[in-house]
Design a protein around this ligand. Structure first.
Ligand code: SAH
Length: 550
């Protein structure tokens, strides 16, 4: 009943090149033993509760010896019955990855294991540089060679240079940069054409990918002149020329930028995917975790004044019966929407309980989330803040017309808003002449400030989710975060928490991209340089980031 070890290939760097099987195991792993070349984005996919063990090797400076890694895997498997132990390695575990040695050790110890192949850098890194390893009429074979293996007896590279020099296929060297001058010399001595095209591809598939072209004759000097550093692939042969026409991954606006995204995990994926598509390396580092309460907790606005309840006590789900007491539900966040519906469904109800009610949303993202539940919003303020929403509802209560501060959804689409608004104010205004402030329900998190309850003192507030600050960063993330080019802040509390969990003095850069004015003010308070989006939407923020770097 020992634990099971999975030898997983993480692929060459781009997190999108991890296999589905690999991801599935990482998401449920109890332990993850990982190497230096594994990208932080992939580490971020691991079960947050997993024990993360860094056995990464720095060049020259072996952190953990291979024999110790082997022992470690056996030890975890024996000490943790039924555990899932992920051994995460760069590229493919069996391509110069010493995966075979680890598997043999597991067999000897009687530990169950599975191999999850990965995309090897040997083929994928050239592909990302537009170099096909084989090509009709140019190369009918390719050979993957280590540039590192020393002979036991004399410490020289133990490669069969005679054979390599005479094979007509593409030669691909891994770990060869430090020895490349020697390798190139030996190949030429053995008869390989000095004009053979050579490409070095550094940090392939990552936002830092760089291709440097040379020939066999100039290989050694080019590495020195261009300061090519590991990890890099060396590829030799006629196919290299194709890279000049087929190089497809270049010049993205955010290439080479490492950005930290501090949104809560569930909300981060949208902006993360977009920043990655624009070429950035994104480290997701949620500063807060939100937790849906078992059922809503009722907080009459009056009690709330001046204090924020930090521990919420649940009450019976019969609370949903009291929805009959409300005519308008106001949602102030995506979390609020998700939590409310989870509670509603868990309590055995469905959306029919909302029939006839008006729905208001703080902004476009929340509005879109509501639509996923089949709910169309009646009111969205122009100013996407709690204050904007509070003012909008206040205006309805005060029976002002819809012309100025209030903006209905239909009105936003209209070119002739004035005319439409007056017609709307007739229809909607009639409906709402009887709207009673005490029949408004606000659905919020425990940390929502009192902006809305001040504007709508008689409204009822249900707290549907709790927000808890992240208390510390795991070591692997701390390193990635501290070396980032900039941090993306989506809320004031994210700034506060970021400052709390990271060592400000260790940050390489104090640049921040902020969504909203409040967030900006908080970031400034802590000495960040701030670039703030024009609107409080992710679109606007992403646009600002791209503008800044172009
Ligand atoms: N098992 C891995 C190879 C491990 S050996 C695989 O299948 O890819 C480590 C070597 O792989 C590095 O020295 C470098 O030559 C190559 N390598 C790995 N990732 C790379 C990357 N993103 N860009 C360029 N070379 C890479």
């Amino acid at each position: 009943m020992s634990g099971k070890v999975y030898l997983i290939g993480a692929g060459p760097g781009d997190p999108g090149l991890l296999t589905l099987r690999g991801k599935e195991i990482l998401e449920k792993a109890d332990v993850v033993v990982y190497d230096r070349l594994v990208s932080p984005a992939i580490l971020g996919m691991c079960n947050p509760k997993a024990k993360m063990v860094d056995v990464g090797k720095m060049p020259q400076h072996h952190k953990v010896k291979q024999s110790e890694i082997n022992k470690l895997l056996v030890q975890f498997a024996c000490e943790m019955p039924s555990a899932t132990i992920a051994r995460l390695k760069g590229g493919d575990p069996f391509v110069f990855g010493r995966g075979g040695e680890e598997a043999l050790e597991l067999v000897n110890a009687g530990v169950e294991f599975e191999i999850v192949p990965g995309i090897t850098s040997a083929i994928s890194v050239p592909a990302y540089a537009g170099i096909p390893v084989s090509h009709r009429g140019i190369a009918t074979s390719f050979h993957i060679v280590t540039g590192h293996e020393k002979a036991e007896s004399n410490g020289e590279l133990s490669l069969d240079f005679e054979n390599l020099a005479h094979c007509s296929g593409t030669l691909i060297f891994l770990m060869g940069i430090a020895n490349m001058d020697f390798i190139a010399q030996r190949l030429m001595e053995c008869g390989k054409d000095p004009k053979t095209p050579v490409a070095f591809i550094e940090k392939g598939t990552t936002p830092y990918q760089r291709t440097v072209m040379a020939t066999l004759a100039t290989a050694g000097e080019t590495i020195v002149r261009e300061k090519v550093t590991a990890p890099a692939i060396t590829i030799m042969g006629g196919v290299v020329e194709l890279g000049k026409s087929l190089a497809w991954k270049k010049n993205l606006p955010l290439s080479g930028k490492r950005l930290v995204v501090t949104r809560a995990a569930k909300q981060a994926s949208g902006i993360t995917a977009r920043l990655r598509a624009l070429g950035a390396e994104v480290i997701e580092s949620p500063m807060i975790e939100t937790r849906t309460l078992e059922c809503p907790s009722v907080i009459p606005a009056v009690i709330l004044e001046g204090r924020r309840p930090d521990r919420i006590t649940g009450i019976s789900s019969a609370i949903f019966d009291s929805l009959a007491d409300f005519d308008l539900l106001a949602f102030t966040s995506v979390n609020g929407v998700e939590s409310f519906f989870k509670q509603l469904f868990d309590a055995g109800y469905d959306v029919r309980i909302l029939a006839g009610k008006k729905i208001a949303s703080v902004g476009k993202i929340t509005e879109k989330k509501l639509l996923e539940y089949g709910i169309r919003c009646d009111y969205v303020p122009e100013d996407h803040t709690g204050e904007g929403l509070g003012m909008l509802l206040r205006s309805i209560l005060d029976e002002r017309t819809l012309v100025n501060s209030l903006q209905t959804k239909d009105e936003r689409c209209s070119t002739n808003s004035q005319a439409l608004a007056s017609s709307l104010s007739l229809s909607k205004g009639t409906e709402f002449t009887n709207l009673d402030e005490s029949r408004i329900l606000l659905l919020q998190g425990n940390l929502a400030d009192d902006t809305m309850t001040k504007l709508l003192p008689q409204a009822t507030r249900w707290v549907v989710y709790e927000t808890l600050p992240v208390s510390e960063l795991p070591e692997w993330k701390r390193e990635a975060v501290e070396s980032a080019d900039a941090v993306v802040f989506a809320s004031s509390s994210a700034v506060e928490n970021f400052v709390h969990v990271s060592r400000l003095s260790s940050l390489v850069s104090r640049l921040s991209f902020c969504i909203g004015r409040l967030t900006e003010a908080t970031a400034r308070k802590y000495g960040f340089e701030t670039i703030t989006s024009d609107e409080t939407t992710m679109d606007s923020l992403v646009k600002k980031i791209v503008e800044y770097y172009s």
